[in-house]
Design a protein around this ligand. Structure first.
Ligand SMILES: [Zn+2]
Length: 242
C-alpha cells in the first residue's frame, strides 16, 4: 500500500518517500548518481501480493525487477507438478538475471513468497545500459557471480546436509529478506524449499518449536531465537548471509 502524500506523519517518519524509492534496492543503491539519474526514468514501481507470480517457467523475459521489499522465490518445476525452490531473493538483487547471460526465457517460476514491491525495467533498456559498460553492468555481473556461488553451495547442501539443518538455513534466508520476525509460510512451501516430504517438514518444525527457536501456527511462522537458529543451521548459511 502506497502512502498518501500529506497524511500528516511526515515529521514523525521523515524517510518514507525516500525509503520506497528505487535506491532501497541494494544494487541501485550502489550506482553513481549520474548513472542512477539516467536510469531512474526507466523504472516503474510495481507491487506483488503473496504468491503472485513474476515469471512462469519458460516465459519470455520482457522485464526485470529490482526488488525493494518482499521475498521472491525461484522454483524449478519438474514433471508431476513437483516444484523445488532453488533460491530466494530480496532487495539485494535482481529478478530476471538470466537475461544478462543471453537467456531470454525464464528457467524458473518466480513468485512473491512474501508480499513486496519492486522497480520494473524493460529488458531492452537493461541491455542498452549493459552495453554502455557502466557501473550497473559490473554490479549485475558481480551479483550473478554471487548467485552462481550460492547455487553451487545449495546443490552440495541438498545432497549432503541433514534436513533439519537445511530447514534452519532456509528459515534464516527468509528472515533476512522479510525483515520481520513473523511471516507467512505454509508447510507445503517449506517442503518445496527443502525438496522434502511434508511429513518430514512437519516433524522438524515441531522439534524447532519445542526447542523454542520458532513458533509455527496455521501457516505463520515466528522466529523466536535467531541466534539458536543460526547455530542449528548448516554451514552454508554463512554464504547466504546478506
Ligand atoms: Zn548446507
Amino acid at each position: 500500500v502506497l502512502k498518501n502524500e500529506g497524511d500528516g506523519d511526515s515529521q514523525i517518519k521523515p524517510l518514507p518517500e525516500d525509503a520506497s524509492g528505487p535506491r532501497e534496492n541494494r544494487l541501485l543503491a550502489r550506482l553513481p548518481q549520474h548513472e542512477y539519474d539516467r536510469l531512474a526514468p526507466l523504472l516503474t514501481e510495481v507491487s506483488f501480493g503473496f504468491k503472485e507470480s513474476l515469471f512462469e517457467s519458460g516465459q519470455r523475459l520482457d522485464s526485470v525487477y529490482f526488488p525493494v521489499s518482499g521475498v521472491f522465490s525461484f522454483l524449478a518445476e519438474l514433471s508431476g507438478k513437483k516444484r523445488v525452490a532453488v533460491y530466494l531473493g530480496g532487495n539485494e538483487g535482481l529478478v530476471g538475471l538470466p537475461v544478462l547471460l543471453g537467456i531470454d526465457r525464464s528457467p524458473v517460476r518466480a513468485l512473491a513468497q512474501a508480499p513486496g514491491r519492486a522497480w520494473r525495467m524493460n529488458v531492452d533498456d537493461l541491455n542498452e545500459e549493459v552495453k554502455r559498460g557502466g557501473a550497473l553492468k559490473d554490479l549485475l555481473f558481480q551479483h550473478a557471480g554471487h548467485i552462481l556461488t550460492r547455487l553451487v553451495q545449495s546443490v552440495a547442501c541438498a545432497g549432503s546436509h541433514p534436513l533439519d539443518k537445511r530447514c534452519c538455513r532456509w528459515l534464516l534466508m527468509l528472515h533476512d529478506r522479510v525483515r520481520e520476525s513473523q511471516f507467512q509460510l505454509t508447510q507445503v512451501d517449506l517442503a518445496e524449499m527443502l525438496g522434502a516430504r511434508r511429513a518430514s517438514v512437519t516433524e522438524i518444525a515441531g522439534a524447532l518449536q519445542k526447542a523454542g527457536l520458532i513458533h509455527y501456527t496455521r501457516g505463520r511462522i515466528t522466529i523466536l531465537d535467531r541466534k539458536a537458529l543460526e547455530n542449528a543451521a548448516c554451514e552454508c548459511y554463512r554464504l547466504d548471509r546478506l
